[in-house]
Design a protein around this ligand. Structure first.
Ligand code: ZN
Length: 459
């Protein structure tokens, strides 16, 4: 088996990957909080973990990946301050928390499909694992890691001696608990202590999602769900845990404290983090901009896979600055690449030389930009044999549908227009249906009528 090197945030070094169980990998990726449309910033992290999974599978590992779905307990700040994101959205949209979670989770999975991100083995939901979270808190309570105030059950970080191992922060640097905020608990012992269980009192007295527990009626904090669900499905000690780099300081630091506090043994061997998607040099955000969704990109006529291609051009540990111009040039490159692959004659051979270069790149801490370059070089090499099959094999890692000539995705907006036009035709409103046809044409698509209805094609 080939050696795979990956960068471990815990050691701040590239390490040779050694699985706990031969040929198998347990991998947990922190999942979405399903309260609004996922943004391309979120998806950059999932494209990174997808590539990691594909590289491991390419190297013949059987990967068991779990991605959680946060449908309770994630407040508007990653620290325990503010409001519950799901409840806030439910209030705003006049729906139940479950309706909100179901709706956005569906969108999230659709985005995964559009971006060719492989589905995990399981998508456990926080609200369906309340029992496991309560059990874990009970263990921590028994071992003396917790304390209770009038507002919540907390984890006392001073009781866990390796609390800053992952973040390498000085605790004094994190004395930020004094900010003016809606959820401030004066009974907290240390500013970094975090909530395991919120009581539905005071600020949270109208919180709809609530459960009985030995501690009191309430709901779990965000961090405990990842410890409870990862250990349930992957065991107390597993191989790889991924997330965005913004998870290092609080969320993953807290996960380690809870899990290792409860089990008394090492939780995860390799912690891997994806860098931010930026916009004009700063992390994409409401205030800085760049918060596009996949739907926004489709509306502008882009294929979602162009975004995947763009992500592959920058190493996952480096920030990637997003712009629509860059996306356009990625779309052009992807189309050129696809045309080149599809026009290759399939001689049934594999080009070992190029494939070896490709493998060296992907197994060196997922150097995908280099791997992509190897593929371009192969296609440009006039004397090279085995181009088609080699490209196909490489695409099992890249996930760009390079050999599927016909697969183009039609933006939802276009489909909607086409359906509207169909309705107009049924009502014999030819003028309106003609207008809609022109509109569809202007977006770069054509529409053909047939006995089943219609067929949309890209011009
Ligand atoms: Zn998590």
């Amino acid at each position: 088996m080939n050696k795979i090197k990956i960068y471990n945030t815990l050691s701040r070094k590239k390490e040779v990957f050694k699985p706990i169980h031969k040929n198998q990998v347990g991998m947990y990726s922190c999942g979405p909080t399903v309260y609004s449309y996922p943004t391309i910033g979120n998806h950059r992290t999932y494209i990174f973990s997808d590539i990691l999974k594909r590289v491991l599978e390419y190297n013949n590992y059987k990967v068991k990946q779990i991605i959680n779905v946060t449908d309770v307990g994630h407040l508007t700040s990653d620290a325990d301050e503010g409001e519950d994101k799901i409840e806030k959205a439910a209030m705003k949209e006049g729906k139940s928390a479950k309706e909100i979670a179901d709706f956005y989770f569906k969108i999230f999975r659709e985005d995964f499909e559009k971006l060719n991100i492989l589905s995990p083995e399981k998508w456990p939901r926080a609200t369906e694992h309340i029992k496991e979270q309560i059990e874990l808190i009970k263990i921590l309570e028994k071992k003396g890691y917790t304390y209770k105030t009038g507002k919540a059950v907390y984890f006392d970080i001073s009781k866990f001696k390796n609390y800053t191992n992952l973040s390498r922060q000085k605790l004094e640097d994190k004395n930020v608990g004094v900010r003016e905020n809606v959820f401030v608990d004066k009974e907290k012992r240390n500013p970094q202590d975090f909530v395991l269980w919120f009581f539905t009192v005071g600020h949270f007295k109208d919180h709809a999602l609530r459960w009985n527990s030995p501690f009191g009626i309430g709901f779990p904090g965000w961090h405990i769900e990842c410890s409870a669900m990862s250990m349930k499905y992957l065991g107390k000690h597993f191989d790889i845990h991924t997330g965005g780099q913004d998870h290092i300081q609080i969320h993953h630091t807290n996960e380690i404290a809870q899990s290792e506090g409860a089990t008394g043994k090492k939780f995860v061997n390799y912690w891997m983090h994806g860098a931010f998607l930026t916009y004009h040099g700063e992390k994409v955000s409401k205030s800085k901009g760049g918060l596009y969704t996949i739907f926004d990109l489709e509306e502008r006529g882009f294929q979602p896979l162009s975004f995947r291609y763009l992500c592959l051009t920058t190493h996952y540990r480096k920030p990637l600055d997003f712009s629509l111009e860059k996306l356009k040039s990625s779309e052009n490159s992807l189309e050129r690449l696809k045309n080149k692959v599809c026009s290759c004659m399939d001689d049934g051979k594999i080009n070992r030389k190029y494939l070896l270069d490709f493998e060296n790149a992907i197994n060196n801490d997922l150097n995908i930009p280099k791997a992509l370059q190897v593929l371009w070089n192969l296609l440009r090499d006039e004397k090279a044999e085995g181009k088609f099959q080699t490209a196909k094999k490489m695409d099992s890692v890249l996930g760009l549908d390079l050999t599927e000539k016909e697969k183009i995705s039609i933006p939802e907006k276009i489909t909607k227009l086409a359906k509207e036009r169909q309705k107009m035709r049924e009502e014999k409103n030819w003028k309106k249906s003609d207008e809609l046809r022109k509109k569809i044409n202007n977006f770069g698509y054509t529409i053909e009528d047939n006995e089943k209805g219609f067929l949309i094609k890209k011009k």
